[in-house]
Design a protein around this ligand. Sequence first.
Ligand code: CTP
Ligand code: CA
Length: 224
Amino acid sequence: QQDQMKTGKLQGKKVLISAGPTQEAVDAVRYFTNYSSGKMGYELAKAAAGAGAEVHLVTGPSKLTVPNNVITYQVTTAEEMYEQIVELYNNMDIVIKAAAVADYKPVKQINKKMKKKDGNLFIELERTRDILKYLGEHKKQQYLVGFAAETDNVLSYGKEKLEKKNLDAIVINDISNKEIGFQSDYNEVIFLTKDGEEKSIIKSKKEAIASQLIAFIEKETRKD
Ligand code: CTP
Ligand code: CA
């Protein structure tokens, strides 16, 4: 599979990939985040670059070393990720949104360290912007691929996101299984296209999943 893609099937294509979690500050020393490691997105970036694409990786905070053959943009918050992606979006051929973007952020960000007080603490959260939905609404030539993390009704929730966000395809992750997904080197996904094509990728290393996904996506983009 990998060798097949090394022949440069994505030569001349610009690919935008988002990866990792976002961090939403509460005060000077605290933030909200999630368990995303960034691995899936980084492997996708490597696979796309290996296939000859010009790869732009927009990444939230991740411990991983950035691949050297991709153009990397480091961001922290969902808002920063939105700004960076929108700046790049118009020139892209393929966009893959693997990032685990925070759905909520604190209404107030306090610049100082909050002092503890007696009793419970309530932090009010507001919705962040749905970056992927925005991209779907402003889609032109781009082949747009989203991700879905689900713990139940995996396929139907995934399909719903594909339609609601005007995607060309979605990669559905079952995160109820702790052996795979978020922090793991392994994953197991379903690739679903808007035309109803459905491909299951059995449990494998994220590196192998990434090269299969890039191969599927490349094939789909040749259809239209
Ligand atoms: N996403 C995004 N911006 C957000 C939230 C999510 O771009 N503010 C993108 C993710 O990068 C992913 C897709 O939307 O590609 C699906 O994310 P997911 O968390 O599974 O779904 P949500 O639409 O956020 O819905 P929910 O968390 O309620 O299931
Ligand atoms: Ca979400």
